[in-house]
Design a protein around this ligand. Structure first.
Ligand code: ARG
Length: 486
């Protein structure tokens, strides 16, 4: 990036390398720190495609409103097309990226003027960088949301594929990290799919609020030229022109919604990572992560550390930081564009990059992970996972639930005293005695009680919509395979 250390240039109209407003400085010697301090081209050049799309739409509208000629439009269209191709090819090495021009908008405009002369100097008619950057951000976020949807769907397909292969395994579910009830592995895998899909939908919904067209708001007050704002709105595929030029150039609500949406996805990823870090530990030993996605210890030869998962869990912190930074940046701003807003792009891009990278890594991890059926089976024996099922059984025999809860609690204590690990080790007489003790008579239970006990039996009995057992997983799998076109 070229950097000008001092400028003693006399006042003159802006050229390719002088700023359009520079003449007002009247030949003062510039401080080189200003140029590097104020510039954003080092990070906002990422917006070039969207900036060019906005400029093309603006130019077509100007021509349609007879504010520029058809010939000018032809030259602008051709010039911007060439510039776009040059940047596609050269990327950061494109010679038009000049720090002293401050930002992506000025670099592109300067290159166009250098290429086509006066027609290029007409492009900025009725436009300010303030409405331009507000537009660029919205267009960029719209594309980013589409990309994120693809990445999330890809990760969801990985979870669904794992659920197809390992989903029938019965495992304990935990509340308070204490064994609670038996579930199917598939139910837990699809829980993540549900949360991820909600994350993608949340981002898509922000577009319904955010896709108003700020172009034509100018610097703050609109324009005294007859710009047709509906023209650019339509050609950019936006919903409607923004209703208030001051709000349109001063707000970053869309960026905030976007980063919040990303932080929510990061939260889901972080929770999932934590869950699998636990499951991969010797204490649980429910899953085997592929060695590709674990690392060894420099000291302990036996270690297979889940570093990728730990990094996904840890990077969630960056997202919260970006969100709070953006919120804080906005909170004290008076109306109208303020240069503070230039910093939004650091947070937006960084938040996007972080989540995108984690989504791709997560998908690779999920695709290569195996559940260990026999280790999980060991965990089903302890913890009386079928206790709630037994209470439900008593309810079907007419026992009030609170009483059933009390009876089963008593039976669990009895098992513990007798050294039984499972309720199914109890005899019929034990069940009926416990009922008798709370004045329920002696014949409440019959032999069918054993069909309500044992984790394998229990997961087959769940019958509510969205349940975590066999019928629930079957239905959810069917629905996700259809939705994800698998
Ligand atoms: N680079 C600026 C930004 O990203 C563009 C708008 C600057 N406008 C201005 N009048 N200084 O926010």
């Amino acid at each position: 990036m070229s950097r000008r250390s001092k400028s003693t240039s006399s006042p003159r109209a802006g050229t390719a390398t002088t700023k359009s407003w520079e003449s007002v400085k009247g030949g003062l010697v510039a401080d080189s720190l200003v140029s590097s301090f104020v510039e954003s081209v080092s990070f906002d050049r990422r917006l070039y495609k969207h900036d060019i799309a906005g400029s093309l739409a603006h130019a077509r509208m100007l021509a349609d409103c007879d504010l520029i000629s058809k010939k000018d439009l032809g030259q602008i269209t051709k010039g911007l097309g060439q510039i776009s191709k040059q940047i596609d090819r050269l990327g950061d090495a494109w010679p038009g990226w000049k720090t002293e021009l401050e930002d992506v908008h000025m670099c592109l405009e300067a290159a166009l003027i250098e290429m086509i002369g006066d027609a290029g100097r007409r492009l900025h008619t009725g436009r300010s960088r303030n409405d331009q950057v507000a537009l660029d951000l919205k267009l960029w976020i719209r594309d980013a949301v589409t990309d994120l949807r693809h990445m999330i769907d890809d990760l969801s397909r990985s979870f669904v594929t794992l659920a197809v292969h390992h989903g029938q395994i019965v495992m304990p579910a935990y509340t308070h990290l204490q064994r609670a009830q038996p579930i199917m592995v598939g139910a837990e895998l699809l829980a993540w799919v549900e949360a991820l899909d909600r994350g993608a939908t949340r981002l898509e919904q922000l577009l319904s609020l955010g896709l108003e067209n700020p172009l034509g708001s100018g610097a703050i007050a609109g324009s005294s030229l007859h710009l047709n704002r509906h023209h650019t709105t339509k050609s950019l595929g936006l919903k409607r022109p923004t209703a208030n030029s001051i709000d349109a150039t001063a707000t970053r609500d869309v960026a905030l919604d976007f980063v919040y949406g990303l932080a929510m996805i990061a939260t889901t990823l972080s929770r999932w990572a934590e869950q699998w870090i636990l499951y991969a530990s010797t204490e649980f030993d429910f899953i085997r992560l592929s060695e590709i996605y674990t690392t060894g210890s420099s000291m302990m030869p036996q270690k297979r550390n889940p570093d990728m998962l730990e990094l996904i869990r840890g990077r969630c912190g960056d997202l919260y930081g970006r969100l709070v930074a953006l919120l804080t940046m906005c909170k004290g701003l008076p109306l109208g564009y303020n240069r503070d807003l230039q910093e939004d792009k650091r947070h937006i891009f960084d938040a996007y990059d972080g989540v995108a990278e984690c989504l791709v890594m997560a998908s690779k991890i999920v695709r290569t992970t195996q559940y260990d059926k026999s280790r999980i089976a060991n965990a089903l024996d302890k913890g009386f996972l079928d206790a709630t099922s037994l209470a439900d059984y008593l309810v079907t025999k007419g026992v009030p639930f609170r009483t059933a809860h009390q009876v089963v609690g008593q039976l669990v204590r009895q098992c513990e005293q007798m050294g039984y690990e499972q309720l199914s080790q109890l005899k019929m007489a034990d069940f009926n005695q416990a009922c008798h003790a709370v004045k329920l008579g002696t014949k409440r239970c019959s032999n069918d009680v054993y069909k309500w006990l044992g984790a394998e039996n229990v997961v087959k009995r769940y019958c509510t919509t969205g349940n975590a057992g066999a019928s629930g997983v079957r239905r959810q799998l069917q629905s996700w395979r259809k939705r994800l076109k698998m």
